[in-house]
Design a binder for this molecule. Structure first.
Ligand SMILES: [Zn+2]
Length: 245
């Protein structure tokens, strides 16, 4: 596996230092799987003004369609042939069809009854439950033999700076037979890698990174190789609660 990095240099005359020469490194790195490249650049210090998210939350809570007082009356329901009970729930999380669908089976899953969760207060339990509910939806649709049930996808835009139109935390959850561009590229490239090398790219990548040292950050979970020590989320873990849905 080859990790190509093309290191270059920009040369300019610096106005802050009497137009003396300044050399600035730039680097282009290539993804060994797809050949896609990314640039490692050096920016000057950036100072963004922090948006007042608490004020945005206060102004939107009254008319929020995802809050407990409204979510079971104003959100749409699935047709009977898909989800007979209309919506799916897990504690105070609710999953229902997306009014602005990305694909025929496009859903939204709220991450609970709380209208605004500051980023620092998002818990492992919240994330775990959100994905458990999404998985339950994927399984239900798959069990129906629905032909679009090929690629299950869960996306999350957190708050308006990330493009979310509704403050209340929620996932976009859908299944599709049309893989998005990056997923399709990676699947095709991983298959070509398997055909050429007779091994799984992702397993080879993990092995390489462990050996290479400089690229290895750490490991948690099933493949950590920590002899039985496991990362245990404080909420319900996927191995313990999934079957109960
Ligand atoms: Zn809300």
């Amino acid at each position: 596996m080859k990790f190509e990095a093309d290191r270059k240099e920009a040369v300019l005359l610096n106005p802050a230092k009497g137009m003396t020469e300044k050399r600035i490194p730039v680097e282009i790195r290539k993804d060994p799987l797809t050949g896609r490249t990314s640039r490692i650049c050096h920016f000057m210090a950036l100072a963004w003004e922090k948006p007042d998210l608490a004020a945005i939350a206060a102004n939107t809570v009254e008319k929020c369609p995802f809050c407990p007082k409204s979510v079971l009356t104003v959100t749409p329901c699935f047709p009977e042939n898909l989800i007979p009970e209309g919506r799916m729930t897990l504690d105070d999380l609710v999953l229902f069809p997306n009014l602005a669908p990305y694909d025929p089976l496009s859903a939204v899953a709220t991450l609970g009854g709380r209208h605004y969760i500051p980023m620092t207060e998002i818990s492992e339990e919240t994330i775990t439950k959100g994905f458990l509910l999404a998985m339950a939806y994927f399984r239900r649709i798959h069990a129906l033999g629905y032909p679009e049930s090929v690629y299950p996808i869960a996306n999350w835009n957190y708050m308006p700076p990330a493009g979310s139109s509704i403050i209340h935390p929620h996932l976009q959850v859908f299944v599709t037979a049309s893989a998005p561009n990056l997923m399709r590229q990676e699947l095709e490239a991983a298959k070509a890698y398997m055909d050429t090398n007779g091994s799984n790219f992702w397993e080879d990548l993990a092995e390489y990174e462990k050996k290479a040292g400089e690229r290895f950050l750490g490991s948690i979970g099933r493949h950590s190789g920590l002899d039985g020590q496991r990362f245990t989320p404080s909420g319900p873990g996927p191995d313990t609660s999934y079957e109960s849905l």
